[in-house]
Every structure is written in structure tokens, then in C-alpha cells.
Design a protein around this ligand. Structure first.
Ligand SMILES: C[S@@+](CC[C@H](N)C(=O)[O-])C[C@H]1O[C@@H](n2cnc3c(N)ncnc32)[C@H](O)[C@@H]1O
Length: 279
């Protein structure tokens, strides 16, 4: 047994690292390269302490149990949930000025639009989409946003729709007034999204590496700042599944550092992380 370092609080072997690495890749698609050995130790040690365990071996047992929520906690410890309202605002401008008008023409007979926010974190992304929907799609249309994430903690926050006043500081006053309620008294540093936005969003836990229960196809998929943790083969499979579930001409939005280059030929690059399904 090769011990990586004897100086550590918990004995950490090469096989511990390789086991964790393989388990995480298989179950959530996250790829931890060799350089993440120390980072994995630090994050797992924190979990071992929090759970009052003895060592990596007992931690591995918990992670192995598919019924435990520990995988989610572990993923939380190694990934980021960072998000923001109207993050990469050019996506929302393109929705309002370009893609919604196009979809309204195409879906005129059904008057139905389906959007998926995949890896929605604490909800800022789907609520930004919902505001753009409400401002640009006729009220009589049937619009639904499915918002999913692996992490149940962020989903709880997303469902509540309560944010600090700082989180909405970049939203213009008129928009803020229309779509958020300001807290009163001891809650005056908080805002809550209006029910009208919550009513068109369905928040659900979903592991992108697992089965997708969606019925029907999507007009738009947002999957931004999620695949940065996935290796190319995992991305290839995921983007293929997105192409299968998008309607013809459907739009896929990626994060600012993500690209389909060399990963999928089923989309046409529009510009700046926006892609159209072509096959
Ligand atoms: C950085 S956040 C991105 C939030 C938002 N899309 C944005 O761009 O602002 C990445 C999210 O992806 C989620 N995630 C990572 N791996 C996942 C997986 N296998 N299935 C579902 N969600 C996953 C994380 O829990 C996290 O909330």
C-alpha cells in the first residue's frame, strides 16, 4: 500500500485517490486529473471531520452507498455553485431579440415553449430566463422552464427564490420592482421573486449522468458552466443527448469558457457560446 504522505491527519493512499476519482467520474461525470490529488485530500478530510469518521476507508464506504447523499456533498466540496442573475447577459438579450421571436413564429400553432436550465444551481439562471420569458412571450402561451441540478441544497434555495439585495444589485430598478418583492423589517436586506416567475419553473434534482425523465422535446437548453468539470468523452455523450432532446433548430447555450469544438458536430456555432442543433 502506497501512502501518499505520512504527515497527514488521515492516512491517504494512492488507491484512495484512484478509487474516489473513478467513483466520481462514473457517477457524476466529473473528471479529477492527477493534479487534483492534494485537493481531493483536503476536501475529503473536511468531510471525514464533519461526519466524525476515522479515515478514508470509512469515508469510501459511505460514498459507495448509492442511497446516501454523500456523493452530492462531495461534489459540492469539489465544484462551485457560483452563479448570478443575468450572468452573460448577451444570452438573455439574444433570447429576447432573436431566439424568442423565431420560436414564436415556429411554434405558433402549438403556442408552447419548453426550456431546460441544466445545472441551475441556486436558481438565478432559471429566474433570469423566466423574467425574459415574461417580458417577451405573450401571456396566453404555455411556457415551462425545467430547472435541474445534482445538488439538493442549492435546489432548496432556488425553490424558495429568496436572495440578498446584493445578488440583485446589477438589475435595473424598474425590472427589480416588477419581478421581486423587497423584504420588510428584519428582512429588508432580502428580496423574493414574484410567484408569477416561480409558477413557470419546475425545479428538480437530476444527475446529468443518469436517466432523464423528460417527456417531449426542448426548444432551448441552457447548460452553462457545468461541463468544465467533465472530460471530453463525457462531454461528447452529454452533447449527443442534448442534440437528441432538442427540437430541430433548437438552441444550446454554454458557459463562457466552454465549447463544442472537437466534441460535437450536431450543432452549428452561432456566436459567443450559442449553438443551433442542425442534425
Ligand atoms: C457553476 S454552477 C453553474 C450555474 C449556472 N448554470 C450558471 O452558469 O450560472 C455548476 C452547477 O452544475 C451542477 N452539476 C455538476 N455536475 C452535475 C451533474 N453531474 N448533474 C447535474 N448537475 C451537476 C453543480 O451542482 C452546480 O450547481
Amino acid at each position: 500500500m502506497m501512502i501518499i504522505s505520512r504527515e497527514k491527519e488521515f492516512a491517504y493512499t494512492e488507491s484512495d485517490f484512484q478509487w474516489i476519482r473513478t467513483a466520481v467520474h462514473k457517477r457524476v461525470g466529473i473528471s479529477l486529473n492527477e493534479s487534483k490529488r492534494e485537493m481531493v485530500y483536503a476536501r475529503v478530510a473536511r468531510r471525514i471531520r464533519a461526519l466524525n469518521l476515522k479515515d478514508f476507508r470509512s469515508y469510501r464506504k459511505i460514498l459507495e452507498n448509492t442511497n446516501s447523499n454523500e456523493l452530492v456533498e462531495f461534489v459540492n466540496a469539489i465544484t462551485t455553485n457560483v452563479t448570478a442573475f443575468f450572468r452573460e447577459n448577451h444570452h438573455f438579450e439574444a433570447l429576447a431579440n432573436e431566439f424568442f421571436p423565431e420560436i414564436i413564429k415556429r411554434n405558433y400553432s402549438s403556442k408552447k415553449i419548453r426550456i431546460w436550465s441544466a445545472g441551475c444551481s441556486s436558481g438565478e439562471e432559471p429566474y433570469s430566463i423566466a423574467i425574459t420569458v415574461k417580458e417577451n412571450i405573450p401571456e396566453s402561451w404555455d411556457v415551462k422552464i425545467i430547472a435541474t441540478d445534482l445538488d439538493t441544497n442549492v435546489l432548496e434555495k432556488a425553490k424558495k427564490g429568496v436572495y440578498s439585495i446584493d445578488a440583485v444589485s446589477s438589475i435595473p430598478k424598474s425590472r427589480l420592482k416588477q419581478w421581486f418583492w423587497r423584504g420588510k423589517g428584519s428582512n429588508d436586506s432580502l428580496v423574493k421573486v414574484v410567484p408569477e416567475l416561480q409558477n413557470i419553473i419546475d425545479f428538480k434534482q437530476l444527475n446529468l449522468m443518469g436517466d432523464w425523465p423528460h417527456k417531449g422535446q426542448f426548444d432551448i437548453i441552457f447548460c452553462r458552466n457545468v461541463v468544465i468539470y467533465f472530460d471530453k468523452p463525457t462531454q461528447r455523450v452529454l452533447f449527443d443527448r442534448y442534440a437528441d432532446i432538442l427540437k430541430d433548430h433548437g438552441i444550446l447555450f454554454l458557459g463562457h469558457s466552454e465549447s463544442l469544438h472537437g466534441v460535437s458536430d450536431r450543432f452549428q456555432f452561432i456566436r459567443q457560446t450559442m449553438h443551433r442543433k442542425v442534425r
